[in-house]
Design a binder for this molecule. Structure first.
Ligand SMILES: Cc1cc2nc3c(=O)[nH]c(=O)nc-3n(C[C@H](O)[C@H](O)[C@H](O)COP(=O)(O)O)c2cc1C
Length: 303
């Protein structure tokens, strides 16, 4: 069975994509994930200046997932420009990820960082534990989304994927604003929250930042609902992510309306092999249920 898909003109061998921020800091880590069967890979988000991020501890796990307050630590644009070259070696399409706190920052990043070696660029608009990134004055408003999307679209020929947070009250309006501003796809969702986990032995929050973004199985129902809402509002493709661990999770996300699925925290549960495993499980399910191709699955929860 053939799982190859066309995502905004990018040919991907199967619908699994490495989510931004997990094992995407170097070209060799992206290559390793491609070798493990990902259809495409997203690099960790890069900002203009190097960012140290939040102090340790920055990640903790709990029964239903993970909570992180990495705080967009990254080496900054100049170092990243040296790292992300000759991307054909990676073995799968590479999606860039750029962040900033104003539309001008995003325009600068798009102009200075993006090369035609990348297959697309993702712009995360709002992160629950790093306020000010990609939100302008209004946290995830249609206006801020439109201004930032336009700034990036104007400065690159690459397809622009707008990544949304589940915390946005009018998510459908924000997705529509992104589409109208020229986005090629919507990536949904970033981490949820912020959340907090307290160590009851010490009586203190575990993360030094106290709060963190929640990911993994705990947020899957929220992610599925967000993808469902966005699918109703826009015509452009959706990359659905949040708690995908298995082929069945991926199928559920596609039934809500996703054309492809992102995997981040799932690597913690099943290792980098998760991409091949999920693709195989999707095929198995399709065979069992007599689906011939992914188009028969995408969005059927709406019928
Ligand atoms: C440790 C960690 C770091 C992350 N860093 C980024 C990042 O730099 N940029 C971004 O857009 N999303 C980042 N995310 C969010 C993920 O890309 C993804 O949207 C979220 O974790 C939900 O998917 P998952 O449940 O499969 O992990 C990060 C998530 C985790 C767990």
């Amino acid at each position: 069975m053939n799982l190859s898909t066309n995502l905004c003109g990018i040919k991907i061998d199967n619908p699994t994509i490495l989510a931004s921020g997990i094992l995407g800091v170097t070209k060799s880590s992206l290559k390793n994930i491609a070798k493990n069967g990902a259809g495409a890979v997203t690099m960790k988000s890069i900002s203009k200046e190097p960012r140290k991020g939040h102090p340790n501890p920055i990640i903790t796990t709990f029964e239903a997932g993970m909570m992180n307050a990495v705080g967009y630590s990254n080496p900054g644009i100049e170092e990243a420009k040296k790292e992300f070259v000759d991307l054909k070696d990676v073995g799968a399409p590479v999606i860039a990820s750029i962040i900033g706190s104003t539309a001008d920052d995003f325009a600068y990043m798009a102009k200075r960082f993006l090369t035609d070696e990348f297959a697309a660029v993702e712009i995360p608009l709002s992160c629950p534990h790093t306020p000010g990134f990609g939100t302008l004055a209004g946290q995830g408003t249609p206006k801020a989304t439109s201004d930032i999307t336009k700034a990036v679209v104007k400065n690159t020929k690459l397809p622009v994927f707008v990544k949304v947070s589940p915390n946005i009250p009018k998510l459908a309006d924000v997705a529509k604003a992104a589409e109208e501003a020229g986005a090629a796809a919507i990536t949904a969702i970033n981490t949820a929250g912020p959340g907090m986990i307290i160590n009851i032995e010490t009586g203190k929050p575990i993360l030094a930042n106290k709060f963190g973004g929640v990911s993994g199985p705990a947020i899957k129902p929220i992610a599925v609902r967000c993808v469902y809402d966005i699918y109703k509002a826009v015509k452009i493709p959706i990359i659905g992510l949040g708690g995908i661990n298995t082929g069945r999770d991926a199928i559920e996300m596609m039934m809500a309306g996703a054309t492809a699925v992102g995997i981040g925290t799932g690597i913690y549960y099943r290792g980098p092999e998760i991409f091949k495993k999920v693709a195989d499980e999707i095929k198995e399910f399709m065979k069992e249920q007599d689906y011939k191709n992914l188009k028969e699955i995408i969005g059927i929860a709406h019928e």
